[in-house]
Design a protein around this ligand. Structure first.
Ligand SMILES: Nc1ncnc2c1ncn2[C@@H]1O[C@H](COP(=O)(O)OP(=O)(O)OP(=O)(O)O)[C@@H](O)[C@H]1O
Ligand SMILES: [Mg+2]
Length: 452
């Protein structure tokens, strides 16, 4: 780890100022060395007058400062804003309570440099990279996925990602921020405890509220009871919520999601794609993913023979000359609706999961009649894979053909990909205060404090 001296060094006489300048420059240049930030044990509580190093107690000198990059953000004013962190398996969305827009969105991805210490020009220079940078330098990094099939799979990388979030998205120092942290809907108690422990012990946050993403999504609509249909990257989750609580035993999970649509689209387009001229498999995947998002749609009638032939032949539905980064150009025909059809016909890709509409029905069927009818009237779409045009009509079609007498309402907000963020950002500071875990409570009760 290294940093360079700042060019404009007016504050040489003031070690604290110089320290801050060095840090700002270094961070700017290297996008924050996450190893420095979270490789150590803990963010100490803020101290107002920082004459001595909070780690070893020695007086600050220039030398000491250079070795002590860890204590970087002391110069920032004390923030009281409540920070919101939503980690999905593909993207993380972060911002502040009370604001309409989130402050940042980046891939939930962490890369670790694996190359030799000799760094060539243009190569990554620090050990850990988060988000877009983890992708940009992917050739020289070992990539760590953090969340797979609804579970956190890499805590070390998640810590780096959270450190990056505080620093890059909130531009501040974790002990200054009360935090709302989203939890995966399929998470368990152990994971929740580890999240609480990490936030209080490593990041030293003053207060924390942890809530499931589906509950936050429901809050966005001002509701406490409803059925969240969250279509994500590698899973679809049908989440029944009654009075703000997920009914865990009836939560429906399909290990089928947007990635399966992308991969199926790729396999359908194989005859048109010259596979040799791609820089790597990620480039091919992300190109297919972009094509999926731009051109795919869901047909209203499931059986191919029922399809209006104009769908395939209409110039509106046929897209020519899509130029790919490898120089090829392709045309899209029925791939546009065949690819997302896997959500309703998983056997197209030899997947044994039930079709989406059946999963919705199975989940609702577990409940008594009165709750059932509330769920039928409150089917709320959420997640990126719910954005396919035609999805609402298709779910409606499938459900009404099975239950023609049922009164159905499918809620599809335009910003449904970010519904959990919207729900979290609507929590008022007063409400937060009444539902959060305070640091003192954590210190008295430990990670199971949420259960008391
Ligand atoms: N406009 C779109 N049309 C279709 N699919 C989309 C669109 N935008 C994003 N997606 C897909 O949504 C999926 C990601 O969903 P989402 O943004 O909800 O991610 P996530 O919350 O990180 O995932 P998960 O909920 O599984 O943890 C990806 O497969 C992506 O390709
Ligand atoms: Mg999600």
């Amino acid at each position: 780890m290294y940093f360079e001296k700042p060019s404009n060094d007016k504050s040489r006489s003031n070690p604290m100022q110089r320290y801050n300048n060095l840090i700002s420059e270094w961070v700017e240049k290297h996008r924050w060395d996450l190893q420095v930030m979270s490789g150590r044990n803990q963010f100490p509580p803020r101290q107002t007058k920082l004459q001595n190093c909070p780690k070893c107690g020695k007086k600050f000198t220039e030398n000491h400062i250079q070795q002590c990059l860890y204590y970087t953000t002391y110069q920032e004013p004390l923030h009281k804003q409540i920070a919101v962190i939503i980690n999905g398996s593909s993207f993380s969305v972060n911002g502040f309570v009370g604001e309409n827009d989130f402050r940042s969105i980046f891939p939930t991805l962490v890369g670790q440099r694996t190359e030799s210490p000799i760094i060539l020009e243009g190569e990554p220079t620090i050990e850990w990279y988060v988000g877009a940078d983890a992708n940009n330098f992917r050739g020289s990094l070992q990539q760590h996925k953090l969340i797979e099939n609804g579970q956190i799979t890499n805590w070390v990388a998640l810590e780096k990602l959270w450190a990056f979030t505080f620093h890059q998205s909130f531009k501040g120092y974790p002990p200054d921020y009360p935090v709302i942290l989203s939890e995966l809907d399929t998470s368990n108690k152990k994971t929740r405890e580890k999240m609480i422990q990490t936030m209080f012990e490593i990041f030293n946050v003053p207060a924390l509220y942890i809530e499931r993403q589906a509950v936050l999504a429901l809050k966005a609509l001002g509701k406490e009871t409803g059925l969240i249909v969250d279509l994500g990257k590698d899973q679809c989750r049908i989440v029944p919520i009654i009075k703000g609580r997920i009914i865990e035993e009836n939560l429906g999970v399909m290990n089928l999601g947007g990635d399966d649509v992308t991969n199926y689209l790729q396999s359908l387009l194989i005859p048109q794609i010259n596979k040799e001229f791609w820089s790597d498999s990620y480039q091919l995947y992300s190109t297919m993913n972009d094509i999926k998002k731009k051109y795919c749609f869901i047909v209203q009638q499931p059986k191919e023979e029922n399809l209006d032939p104009s769908i395939m032949n209409s110039p509106l539905k046929r897209v020519e000359n899509i130029f790919l980064p490898n120089g090829d150009s392709i045309a899209l025909f029925d791939e546009r609706f065949l690819a997302p059809e896997v959500l309703f016909q998983p056997d197209l890709i030899e997947c044994s999961e039930p079709p989406l509409h059946k999963m919705i029905l199975y989940t609702i069927d577990h409940f008594e009649e009165d709750i059932k009818s509330i769920f039928y009237r409150n089917i709320i779409l959420s997640g990126g894979s719910s954005l396919f045009p035609g999805l609402i009509e298709r779910i409606q079609f499938e459900l009404t053909s099975l239950y023609p007498n049922e009164h159905l309402k499918i809620v599809a907000e335009p910003d449904r990909r970010f519904l959990a963020w919207r729900g979290a950002s609507k929590i008022t500071p007063q409400l937060f205060k009444s539902i959060c875990i305070q640091k003192s409570e954590y210190l008295n009760n430990g990670p199971r404090v949420y259960d008391l």
